[in-house]
Design a protein around this ligand. Structure first.
Ligand code: ATP
Ligand code: MG
Ligand code: MG
Length: 368
């Protein structure tokens, strides 16, 4: 994605920064937005910023997205200050444009934003040691805790019905019925698998509707590389990449982290004997998340953590199967039956969770 330097420089000039631009260049390993690091020089002092061009084809309404981000980061900053922390390192800082906006839209219809660069911290691409996974759990738990008094209902649903599992289930049934690609007959067992677990899939959302689970701010992209780890202390410092911040359930963030982070195999592994829930990683995440949440979760939320993991895995597997039945129109595939392979790993992970259900609950009970 080549972007003309004039466009980048014009964008940089819109934001409230001091000094002169010394250099800029592509930065990081993000897959969604175009990210640049910009170095400013004022006398001898240098200061870095992150400039991002928002992926407009994924995020249709950048204005709403930026509203969510400014609301959430302002609130977080107040909370961090109360606790005597450093709001500029522990929370993403949105730099306003010179006319006081949180983003700039250029002549080509692209949207740009700028953040303060969080220095002396790193993002890791993959879990090399369980400690990293633990630290990301602490960071996301802390994020949840700091936002526990924030009214999430005031946020936009950037992706409407993202984890509305019952709605996704309805759509799944419809797609099975339509069977556009005539593939349903090959995947009868898979279809049955999800139908059999309908109640499991609907439980979280029903509890929310019945007021048994609280509406929370959710991050929705709780990957390891969306947490900055402090270079000196090795501790989770700041949650970044707030594009998908939305109202939802804490169980969604927790569950999705387990689904992709505690699986012993890749999401598209063909050898299903390699797929399992790593109970050590599960324990690390539970311990870290509950440490970070520091008593801000309700008893129901805590006791349903294993359920969150199972629901997210079921939902994801069902989405892969839905896409397979529709002819691979949503998830990009790199081989034939790629979506079916992905569906199979999620099913295998669910089966393993069912096997380990007691252990999962015992681990949660240990740290509650
Ligand atoms: P993803 O593929 O995870 O959705 P993305 O395209 O949305 O990524 P970000 O995660 O926001 O992009 O940023 C990409 C990378 O840039 C981060 O992984 C991190 O290394 C770096 N980065 C982002 N924001 C900051 C910041 N405020 N300070 C320092 N580095 C940052
Ligand atoms: Mg990211
Ligand atoms: Mg992102």
């Amino acid at each position: 994605r080549e972007i003309k330097s004039e466009l980048i420089e014009k964008a940089i000039a819109q934001f409230q920064t001091e000094g002169n631009v010394k250099s800029y260049g592509r930065y990081g390993n993000g897959h969604i937005n175009d990210t640049f690091a910009v170095v400013f020089k004022e006398d001898v002092k240098e200061k870095r910023y992150i400039l991002q061009r928002i992926n407009h084809s994924i995020f249709k309404d950048p204005e709403k997205l930026m509203f969510n981000i400014t609301q959430v980061t302002s609130f977080l900053k107040e909370e961090v200050k109360k606790l005597g922390g450093d709001e500029f390192r522990e929370v993403v800082t949105v730099i306003s444009t010179r006319n006081g906006n949180s983003f700039y839209s250029d002549s080509e219809g692209s949207f740009w934003r700028m953040y303060l660069f969080i220095e002396d911290a790193s993002c890791f691409e993959q879990v090399d040691k369980p400690e990293d996974f633990y630290q990301s759990a602490v960071a996301f738990g802390r994020f949840q805790k700091l936002l526990s008094a924030f009214d999430a209902s005031g946020l936009y649903e950037v992706i409407p019905d993202f984890h509305n599992t019952p709605l996704r289930y309805e759509r799944f049934l419809q797609v099975v019925k339509e069977d556009k690609c005539n593939r349903a007959k090959e995947v009868k067992d898979e279809i049955e698998f999800f139908i059999k677990r309908k109640e499991d899939m609907e439980c979280c959302k029903n509890y929310l509707d019945e007021g048994k689970l609280p509406l929370r701010v959710t991050h929705n992209d709780t990957k390891l590389n969306n947490v900055m780890i402090d270079n000196k202390t090795g501790k989770g410092l700041c949650v970044i990449d707030l594009d998908t911040v939305m109202p939802g359930l804490s169980l969604f963030d927790f569950g999705d982290s387990i689904r992709f982070g505690a699986n012993t195999a890749a999401e598209d592994e063909k050898d299903l004997s390699k797929v399992s829930l790593d109970l050590d990683l599960f324990e690390q995440y539970v311990k870290g998340y509950l440490t970070g949440c520091e008593g801000s979760l309700t008893d129901t939320e805590i006791s349903m953590l294993p359920h969150g993991a199972k629901t997210m895995t079921l939902e994801c597997g069902m989405r892969f199967l839905t896409d397979y039945l529709e002819g691979d129109v949503y998830f990009r595939i790199h081989r034939e039956e790629h979506n079916l392979d992905r569906c199979h790993t999620q099913m295998a992970l669910v089966l393993d969770m069912e096997q380990k259900w007691n252990e999962m609950n015992e681990i949660v009970a240990k740290y509650r």
